[in-house]
Ligand binder design. Structure first.
Ligand code: KG4
Ligand code: ZN
Length: 344
């Protein structure tokens, strides 16, 4: 084992990102540079990510973002040990842009290519930021994903549950859109909810009575729409109450499921002090974070939420996952395919 330097490229959704990450021989990691260009402004008018616009923006910006990441790190391609790029899951146009760029750079510099599963990037970030040891439980709640993953080792993951319809961040975004709030919706709903009465609207907790670790948010969204339509014309106070009621519902759902997931972890690893890692943009929500802290404390688990910039999509998480894979000799040929759907 020796120190390695990896370039990470991320283009699977609406951030164009590149980073240089160092993995020390002892397994610790360090972010050397981390450049993210968010496309929020391009998509705002549409209330969500438009795949074709996203792919085009990645094409326009990726080369400068990569150059900035290399410049800021003070390295050239020749100084890298490998090049890692997201190969899925995600919006296929964007994934193709990043993966093809990664292949081209690897070919030109004769460096190994590591094709990274975006979810693996989220799953391993806590090892970069906090040196977390395997096994641990992860909850990923973003605009595209809502799932519990048992992280047993690099390349060894077990999905314990996911959403059967919308992702949690997507549910926040759709709630905001139907209430006439801005995009991205999560922070807007959270802000409006501060002034609201969470008990005013009785919204459902879909699936919660079933003993499974899955989520469902689409029925909640419909119930929210019906509740909003019943109070036309909607005042600012109504919006606040609707947001508070919605946030209370999803917070309860996430709390109950997390408690159940930690119970399962304790059953499977009775001798391991449980570690609970939360990632994804929704982890920034204070109400959800508060409930997760309570649930973790009650279960005797250590809660780890990486800093927001590393919870949301970025190049460092891909570089780090690439570094962990590279250390195990896991590299990919240039025939590796982009995979829009790619479960862990
Ligand atoms: O991880 P992320 O930046 O991007 C991906 O989806 O990959 O997550 C973005 C999602 C959006 O749906 C956004 O509305 C949500 O995270 N989000 C929040 C908050 N901040 C961002 N949801 C609830 N409360 C927040 N404070
Ligand atoms: Zn993500």
């Amino acid at each position: 084992d020796r120190d390695t330097l990896i370039l990470g490229i991320e283009t699977s959704c609406d951030e164009t990102a590149a980073a240089v990450v160092r993995r020390f021989a002892d397994g610790r990691g360090e972010i050397v540079s981390n450049i993210v260009r968010s496309q929020i402004d391009e998509h705002r008018a549409f209330g969500g990510v438009v795949p074709e616009l996203a792919a085009r923006a990645h094409v326009v910006h990726l080369d400068t973002i990569i150059k900035r990441a290399l410049d800021e790190a003070g390295v050239e391609l020749a100084g890298l040990d490998a090049i890692a790029a997201t190969a899925g899951p995600g919006l296929i146009g964007g994934v193709l842009v990043g993966l093809t760029t990664g292949k081209a750079l690897a070919a030109a510099s004769r460096k190994p290519l590591v094709a990274v599963n975006h979810l693996e990037g989220h799953a391993l970030t806590a090892r970069l930021t906090d040196g977390v040891q395997f096994p641990y439980l992860m909850l990923l709640v973003s605009g595209g994903h809502s799932q519990f993953v048992l992280v047993r080792g690099v390349g060894h993951y077990q999905q314990w549950g996911s959403t059967i319809d919308d992702a949690l961040g997507e549910a926040f975004d759709k709630a905001a859109k139907l209430l006439g709030l801005g995009y991205p919706g999560g922070p807007e709903v959270e802000k409006a909810a501060l002034a609201g009465d969470a008990s005013r609207f009785a919204l459902p907790r879909p699936l919660l009575r079933e003993k499974r670790l899955d989520f469902s948010f689409s029925g909640l969204k419909t119930a929210l729409r019906l509740a909003a339509e019943a109070v036309v014309p909607v005042s600012e106070k109504d919006i606040a109450d609707l947001c508070a009621s919605f946030q209370a519902a999803v917070t309860e759902i996430v709390g109950v499921r997390s408690r159940q997931a930690l119970e399962r972890f304790a059953q499977e690893y009775p001798d391991r002090a449980p570690v609970f890692v939360v990632a994804g943009g929704v982890a920034a929500n204070k109400a959800i974070g508060g409930v997760l802290a309570d649930v973790a404390a009650t279960a005797g688990a250590t809660l780890i939420i990486p800093p927001p910039a590393l919870c949301t999509d970025n190049g460092a998480m891909i570089g780090w996952a690439g570094a962990e894979r590279f250390a195990l000799g896991l590299t990919d040929g240039f025939d590796v395919a982009a995979r829009p759907r790619w479960p862990l």
